[in-house]
Design a protein around this ligand. Structure first.
Ligand code: GDP
Ligand code: IMO
Ligand code: MG
Length: 424
């Protein structure tokens, strides 16, 4: 049985968590393959809103095994808190979580380094989530990182971890209060890492066995294609690869083990943090989308920047991921607008050499060219039938399908698990 990959086609928060939870109904395992506690994946089950940060969204389905891949970065303290809160919600994790022993751990020092980096950038700051993601990847690639498997030898693990804290105190010249805080956080970190090492495994082996015995595996992406460090709006990106290709690397499975690549995209665009956003609405239309769509970050609570759907970037992202089909989410948020705009191409800045597609910082210099489409007034929240959608809503979906060149197989009409239209 081949695996299915789910990725975001925009700047994150496309509704991946809801879709993964939906697809996980009959799955044996759901494996997170990128990012860490910077992610916030919201699932609404029986009216309860649950935000998952490091745990795979499939854990809300009984019997599903959660897997965390090698390319993720893991904060043992917040992961433990997350497991406890999930248990309080009535979804005990118990032995349903296994973590790659190769995963790099987010040491408390990483957050101090990140804060210093961001403030030194001033107006050019990335607007990171403050979860220590960037410095952890930097340390990983400088070959000095701490991995979960290292915690199997407690003495040397604790020594290396404490040294990392001291190195941070020296390098950043931390004041007395911060120094004490970091040492205390490091002690807590060490304890949680030593506890979690019992969950370390060879996830490649775990997944291969499940696939060989015909179990369904969903690979859950975090962030979105436009935040990918290689293909996104660099330097305003995250540090872990988040395109579909990264799933094979992180989970240790070959590309031939994949048959479906599901691209999740909102019916409009949003972005948290800084960086170019050609279709951004900075007027009251943007505010209206933010309020209707409850566009506030699931991790940091920051207001998300909102704008019209960008078909140029969505087509680019669908190509990069090799999306076999897409899901258009939050369509219900667009009800009640007299007309809707979709960016179908850019009027290019002649000074930029576009022999290469520019997704970097200069992307913001292109002017979007919009198609105006008629809106619909009916509330479509919770609709599950394609035929019952207002004609203009169906035409909006079909326009985006044509623009991206990938079939939109499902349309999401509300935050709840069941608010979904399947077109086939
Ligand atoms: P993720 O990071 O891709 O999993 O997405 P987030 O959970 O960060 O953000 C998506 C937000 O939209 C969450 O608040 C979801 O509950 C909500 N959501 C998902 N699908 C829909 C939908 O179709 N309609 C509405 N109104 N909300 C949705
Ligand atoms: P999910 O999985 C939206 C953004 C941050 C910032 C940039 C770098 O919920 O879609 P980082 O802390 O990763 O170094 O921040 O990336 N970012 C996200 N934006 N959704 C996410 O995850 C994000 N994860 C990181 O806002 O602009
Ligand atoms: Mg999110």
């Amino acid at each position: 049985m081949p695996a299915t990959i789910v990725t975001g086609l925009q700047w994150g928060d496309e509704g991946k968590g809801k879709m993964v939870d939906h697809l996980a109904e009959n799955a044996a395992a759901v494996a997170r393959f990128s990012g860490g506690a910077n992610a916030g994946h919201t699932v609404v089950v029986n009216g309860r809103r649950i935000a998952l940060h490091q745990l795979p969204s499939g854990l809300l389905r009984p019997g599903v095994l959660g897997i965390i891949g090698a390319s993720c970065v893991l904060d043992p303290v917040s992961l433990t808190e997350e497991m406890l809160s999930l248990e309080e919600e009535g979804f005990p994790v118990d032995d349903r979580l296994t973590i790659s022993g190769n995963v790099h751990l987010v040491h408390p020092a990483a957050r101090y380094f990140e804060k210093t980096d961001e403030s030194s950038l001033g107006e050019d700051s990335v607007g990171t989530t403050g979860r220590g993601i960037g410095p952890t990847y930097v340390r990983k690639f400088s070959r000095r990182g701490l991995r979960l498997e290292d915690a199997a030898i407690p003495g040397s693990f604790t020594r290396r971890s404490n040294d990392m804290a001291e190195e941070c105190v020296r390098q950043l010249g931390l004041g007395r209060e911060e120094e004490d805080a970091l040492r205390e956080e490091t002690g807590v970190f060490n304890g949680h890492a030593l506890d979690l090492v019992t969950r370390a495994s060879d996830v490649s082996m775990v997944i291969s066995r499940i696939l060989r015995s015909d179990g369904i595996v969903i690979a859950e992406g975090a962030q979105g294609t436009l935040l990918d460090p290689d293909h996104g709006t660099y330097p305003y990106v995250t540090c872990g690869s988040c395109v579909a290709g990264a799933a094979c690397v992180s989970l240790g499975i070959g590309p031939v083990m994949i048959d479906e690549v599901v691209g999740v995209m909102k019916a409009y665009n949003t972005r948290v943090g800084n960086g170019p956003f050609p279709t951004e609405l900075t007027d009251e239309l943007g505010d209206r989308i933010r309020e209707k769509g409850n566009e506030y970050g699931a991790t940091t609570g920051r207001p998300r920047r909102c704008g019209w759907f960008d078909g140029v970037l969505a087509s680019y992202a669908a190509r990069l991921n090799g999306s076999t089909w897409t899901v258009l989410t939050l369509l219900d948020v667009l009800s009640g607008f007299p007309e809707l705009m979709v960016c179908k191409k850019y009027q290019l800045d002649p000074e930029i050499d576009l022999t290469l597609f520019e997704t970097g910082a200069r992307l913001g210099r292109h002017v979007p060219v919009f198609e105006t489409l008629p809106g619909w007034q009916e509330d479509i929240t919770g609709e599950t039938s394609w035929e019952a959608l207002p004609k203009n809503a169906r035409e909006y979906v079909l326009f985006i399908e044509k623009l991206t060149g990938v079939p939109v197989r499902a349309v999401s009409t509300g935050p709840a698990r069941e608010d979904l239209i399947w077109r086939t």
